[in-house]
Design a protein around this ligand. Structure first.
Ligand code: SAM
Length: 221
């Protein structure tokens, strides 16, 4: 990816995003840098915002949701410590950008979105860009995807009040879950690793995400 020719300016801006925003701020995982250097981020936003797609900020994707800032996408992906054979669950498909980044690195990505128009849009884009290793689902991702578990990694791209136990139960031993946890206004990015003995939790950084809404997240208003 990407297939076919794309305007030279996007290739140039994407390279600058990788060197200035990602390597420049300490992202070292070669697979993450290669993935973000390959995914055409401008195709995951509306046409009116394409020229801003490689900027150092999140962008609106409609329905009061956002595509996250490139740096936080890189931080979260790096924090998952992915291996090529991994199966990863993402909660909060949104634009589909994060799922595409994951799909460049691992064997299979399962991604869940609760808003139907975003789910439909992302599905179409995955087909168009030939991301055949992404499996999509329209539902409340706060309950996970039990029939496809256990996962080597779980990434929640919306902030919740706590880590849903049901998601921890769907991690393989050695598996990592990364999720923003806190209030609706600000969260800490947590990484929880499942060991033979139980779970180990680390706080990675402060962050600000839209709400995880669902049975094990915030209530819909
Ligand atoms: N990963 C996305 C991307 O690359 O564009 C960005 C995600 S956006 C910050 C958060 C997404 O989580 C929104 O699309 C929102 O609708 C979705 N979401 C919130 N609660 C959810 C839930 N319980 N299940 C599935 N998706 C959820």
């Amino acid at each position: 990816m990407p297939s076919g020719r794309e305007p030279e300016k996007f290739i140039r801006w994407r390279k600058a995003m990788v060197t200035d925003q990602l390597q420049g701020r300490g992202i070292r995982d070669a697979a993450v840098l290669a993935a973000m250097g390959a995914v055409p981020r401008h195709l995951f936003v509306s046409e009116a915002l394409m020229d801003q797609a490689y900027g150092d900020y999140p962008l609106p994707i409609g329905y009061q949701q956002t595509i996250s800032q490139p740096q936080i996408v890189a931080e979260m992906t790096q924090a998952l410590g992915l291996l090529p054979g991994d199966r990863v669950l993402e909660i909060g498909t949104g634009s589909g950008y994060q799922a595409a980044v994951l799909a460049e690195i691992v064997f299979r990505v399962y991604t869940i979105e609760r808003l139907q128009p975003l789910y439909m849009q992302a599905r179409k884009l995955f087909d168009r860009l030939k991301y055949h290793n992404i499996v999509t689902r329209y539902s409340d991702g706060s309950t996970g995807w039990k029939p496809e578990s256990p996962f080597d990694a779980v990434l929640v791209t919306a902030g919740g009040p706590s880590v849903p136990e049901v998601l921890l139960s769907q991690l393989a031993v050695g598996g990592r879950l990364v999720m923003p946890v806190g209030t609706a206004q600000s969260q800490d990015l947590l990484r929880i690793t499942r060991t033979e003995e139980g779970f180990e939790q680390e706080t990675l950084c402060a962050c600000r995400f839209v709400k995880l809404i669902g049975e094990h997240g915030w209530r819909d208003e």
